[in-house]
Design a protein around this ligand. Structure first.
Ligand code: MN
Length: 384
């Protein structure tokens, strides 16, 4: 047994991902084949415990596309408190909050391995607090092409990199395809489907789903888009679903499809990701569908916000928006994360590991206190 095989410890692995020094010039993690294989094995066991339609109760934070933007992911994880929580000095952060991720952790950005390793480690350490839904980029045919495979091969070599890429895709096949938050909010990566008649049908999709088959319910959950901005497809027009010409597969659905689905499934809101939104979030169909996108300054090309959605216990919704870090704080010093909260590690006394909570008032932080002025005003799902 080599040294690296003796050393793998999931808590240390998690800690090193969250205690990142100097955001601006942060260095990427380095990985061994052995630890990634161990991580994948552990996460498969944790993922398989969730139903294909996972369930979680509020309070919970829902996060959209990440796409390899590691510093932005860490900020999302470490800033999940509202101003009310801060006043009450409530515990917060990645170890005290529940999260639903809507998929697309990998591809596009430069740190797919860090992003997927971090969320996988969180799932292993806090299995009931983290729901990791599958996005269309968590499929082999997509992440072969859009960055993940190339990143693994470049960093781990052609043989090990390719082998680990194959293993990651097996883990992806265990990810749930949708999540029900508090009985009334249905989450998925892409959208709804003409094949979705009851919530039970989602659970009837057996995992592992190695391949997302054409014209399947799974494909629509991962790929469909709302008709917003599609012009010709008016609000009440039929058909409710038309072929998705932009993606070349699945459907575009209209407002009537959203209303009918909510009624049929007895839900109040559908939350999905999958599309870059300049504001970070966008409502559709009389606020019955919400798109959340959590990769600010996507691909370093668009000056978009990121956003996350916080669902409170009483059903109130708060949307937090945040900017890409580099734009606002080009000269910022080290930023401290909650690396001291890793379980089974002795908690450091004050001074030895500084814990400086990020300011919730800053627009660079995904604070949820500003949801009111950004479209969240008066939003409540009531009892959920
Ligand atoms: Mn997507």
């Amino acid at each position: 047994m080599t040294d690296d095989k003796k050393m793998f410890d999931i808590n240390e692995f998690l800690k090193r991902h969250l205690f990142v020094k100097n955001w601006v010039n942060y260095r990427q993690q380095s990985y061994t084949k052995y630890e990634l294989m161990q991580l994948i094995e552990s996460v498969e066991a944790a993922l398989s415990v969730d139903d294909t339609l996972a369930k979680i109760s509020p309070p919970v934070t829902i996060v959209g596309d990440i796409h390899g933007q590691y510093p932005d992911l860490v900020r999302v994880l470490c800033n999940q408190n509202s101003k009310e929580d801060a006043k009450k000095k409530a515990a917060y952060g990645f170890c005290n909050s529940r999260f639903v991720f809507l998929g697309d952790y990998v591809d596009r950005g430069h740190h797919s391995i860090e992003c997927i390793s971090l969320v996988f480690a969180l799932k292993v350490v806090y299995p009931t607090n983290y729901i990791l839904l599958r996005g269309n980029h968590e499929t082999k045919s997509i992440n072969y092409t859009y960055g993940f495979r190339e990143e693994l091969v470049n960093r781990l070599g052609p043989i090990d990199g390719f082998e680990i890429w194959e293993r990651f895709n097996v883990a992806f096949s265990w990810m749930p395809l949708a999540c029900l938050v508090g009985h009334k909010i249905l989450c998925m990566h892409g959208g709804i489907s003409p094949k979705l008649h009851s919530l039970k049908e989602i659970n009837e999709i057996d995992r592992p789903v190695a391949e997302i088959l054409p014209d399947s319910l799974a494909q629509d959950l991962l790929w469909a888009d709302p008709a917003d901005g599609q012009g010709a497809m008016t609000v009440r027009s039929t058909p409710e679903y038309v072929p998705n010409g932009v993606r070349g597969l699945s459907f575009i659905f209209n407002e009537a499809a959203v209303r009918d689905t909510c009624k049929r499934l007895n839900i109040n809101l559908i939350v999905r990701a999958h599309q870059m939104i300049p504001e970070g979030f966008k409502f559709f169909a009389d606020q019955k569908l919400l798109t959340i996108f959590s990769a600010p300054r996507y691909m370093n090309e668009t000056d978009n916000h990121g956003a996350t959605l916080r669902v409170e216990t009483d059903g109130k919704l708060n949307i937090g928006r945040f900017r890409h870090k580099k734009l606002l704080h080009a000269n910022s010093a080290d930023e401290i994360t909650r690396g001291d909260d890793i379980p089974n590690l002795e908690r450091k006394k004050s001074g030895s590991m500084p814990v400086k909570h990020l300011k919730t008032s800053s627009s660079s932080s995904p604070s949820h206190s500003n949801g009111k002025s950004k479209g969240g005003e008066g939003l409540s799902l009531g009892k959920i």
